[in-house]
Design a protein around this ligand. Structure first.
Ligand code: NAD
Length: 490
């Protein structure tokens, strides 16, 4: 075993968790804090041997785990959720240190949700009873059978939330799992293994293999023994994974990036819209479902810009470990350069900065909340996901124009629409995305479908949709009358 890391007083293993035990690598990579680039220590890098060991362990654990009923699996998962709750403070400290996520957001949003991601799906699995279909000819028993060994790959912007969002239904459905955490923020996934271990999950049911995407992740998703791959991350990685999975015909669920519209109609409550608008800088803009393209009616644009500027000026930029902070750092120096490059190219191309535009004095990995306008729909910054605190603003004169702008990118994850409710709903119906919030933002329910269209992904997660993906649907057909073989039968 490698030495435990001490992260602001929290001990966490840097190693893999395979077949119910910690396993170390000789090869390691260094992990840094986004807040000041200080080192958090060395993390084990998964080799072919570790991936092989994890898949074999998950394969061995599958027959017994999948043979349990949902009701028999539930106590394990309830204990898993409880063990996550017992470690709430540690999860908060770890993710605010390695991912730069706000401590307050972890405490009040992410950790309670991570617990719920496990317990809610365990409960929901009880309702996945066999669905009988009665026809004149036959009685059909439609079953949700566990699929097998599942690979789960998650990004750095919300590792705990997204890993549990996939693990909950995958395990509740009777699958065994291998989680490959993001290499820039792997610590909360490591602590999840401690919680699973303390909950008594049988060895091999849940495994964690740390490592980089290009090395460990690529080896994992190329394995033909996988039954499913559940991925959240960027479009280029998804294309790579889809090819690897395609070679083995392994079904994938792909939750990808966004360039979601934030529409402000002429009849919107402008101050409310502007207050919600400022929320788009949450997590330093590193949020897939944020509305990053503001589309504002000509007649209210000036008022909206003034109102939003007022809210943005009040945002408290600082250390994510400080409960009062509202905007923290960008995850990595490479991401800082990438985000600043987008701003620079937009300005050179003729865009106007309404606010922000450069590094924030708080620290090397801080970027000012930024808003750009005077843009063409074809501009790079309108078309591509920035994944930083950078928003764009365009204006429109009619609903048709707003909808054309909203639909004018290759992405289709989410959206926000502010306006009189009936009007906003009518506009939202014509916006091509997987979901859209009316006069609100971020309302999520575990029973509701989540996912994108176009380049924003394939598949839906949440409620029954998660189980549709993680299960093999089987129809057992029992004829109602005695069956006599005949070649003339239709
Ligand atoms: P990324 O695609 O670079 O990495 C995501 C994960 O994939 C990481 O764990 C990485 O190690 C792994 N990976 C990379 N290459 C791989 C390969 N060849 N084989 C297997 N695994 C590989 O994404 P990121 O930069 O970590 O995260 C940001 C992206 O995630 C953004 O595009 C964001 O919009 C998206 N995201 C989407 C959602 C959603 O629900 N739709 C949620 C959060 C983030």
């Amino acid at each position: 075993m490698n030495k435990m890391l001490d992260v602001s007083g929290i001990a966490v293993s840097p190693d893999h968790y395979i077949n119910g035990a910690r396993v170390a690598s000789n090869e390691t990579f260094e992990l840094f804090r986004p807040i000041d680039q200080s080192s958090l220590g060395q993390i084990s890098e998964g080799t072919a041997e570790h991936v092989e060991a994890a898949i074999s362990a998950a394969e061995r654990a599958f027959p017994a785990w999948s043979a349990l009923s949902a009701a028999e699996r539930k106590p394990y998962l309830d204990r898993f959720a409880e063990e996550i709750g017992k470690r709430a403070d540690a999860f908060c400290v770890l993710e605010s240190n390695d991912a730069g996520v706000l401590l307050s957001r972890m405490r009040h949003g992410v950790v309670p949700r991570a617990k719920l991601n496990i317990s809610w799906f365990a409960e929901h699995a009880l309702k996945l009873q066999d669905h009988p279909i009665d026809t004149e000819q036959a009685h059909h028993i439609v079953r949700h059978d566990p699929a097998g060994v599942v690979a789960i790959i998650t990004p750095w912007n919300a590792p705990l939330m997204l890993s549990t969002w996939k693990l909950g239904p995958a395990l509740a459905a009777g699958n065994t799992c291998i989680l490959k955490p993001p290499e820039w923020a792997p610590l909360t996934c490591s602590l999840l293994a401690d919680a699973a271990d303390a909950a008594g999950l049988p060895p091999g049911v849940f495994n964690v293999v740390q490592g980089s995407g290009a090395n460990t992740g690529a080896k994992l998703v190329s394995d033909p023994r996988l039954a499913r791959i559940s991925f959240t991350g960027s479009v280029p990685t998804a294309k790579w994974i889809a090819q690897a999975a395609g070679a083995n015909l392994v079904p994938c669920s792909l939750e990808l990036g966004g360039k979601s519209p934030f529409i402000v109609l002429e009849d919107a409550d402008i101050d409310n819209a502007a207050a919600t608008g400022a929320l788009m800088y949450r997590n330093a803009g590193q949020v897939c479902l944020a509305g990053t393209r503001f589309l504002v009616h000509d007649k209210v644009a000036e008022k909206f810009v003034a109102a939003m500027r007022g809210h943005v000026e009040k945002l408290n930029v600082g250390d994510p470990r400080d409960e009062a902070t509202e905007i923290g750092p960008v995850i990595h120096p490479r991401q800082v350069e990438r985000v600043l490059g987008f701003i620079e190219r937009a300005v050179v191309g003729g865009a106007e900065l309404l606010w922000g535009g450069s590094k924030h004095p708080f620290g090397a990995q801080y970027i000012q909340p930024t808003m750009l306008t005077r843009l063409q729909q074809s501009d790079e910054i309108v078309q591509n996901e920035v994944f930083g605190p950078v928003l764009t603003l365009q204006t429109f004169g009619s609903d048709d124009e707003a909808i054309a702008l909203a639909n004018g990118t290759d992405y289709g994850l989410g959206g926000v629409c502010y306006g009189e409710t009936t009007h906003a709903t009518a506009v939202a119906e014509r916006v091509r995305t997987g979901f859209i919030w009316i006069n609100s933002f971020g309302i999520r329910d575990l029973a509701a479908p989540f996912g994108g269209i176009k380049r924003s992904g394939i598949g839906r997660e949440g409620g029954n949709w998660s189980f549709e993906f993680f299960c093999d649907i089987k129809d057992i057909v029992v004829p109602k009358k005695p069956f006599r073989a005949s070649f003339s039968q239709r």
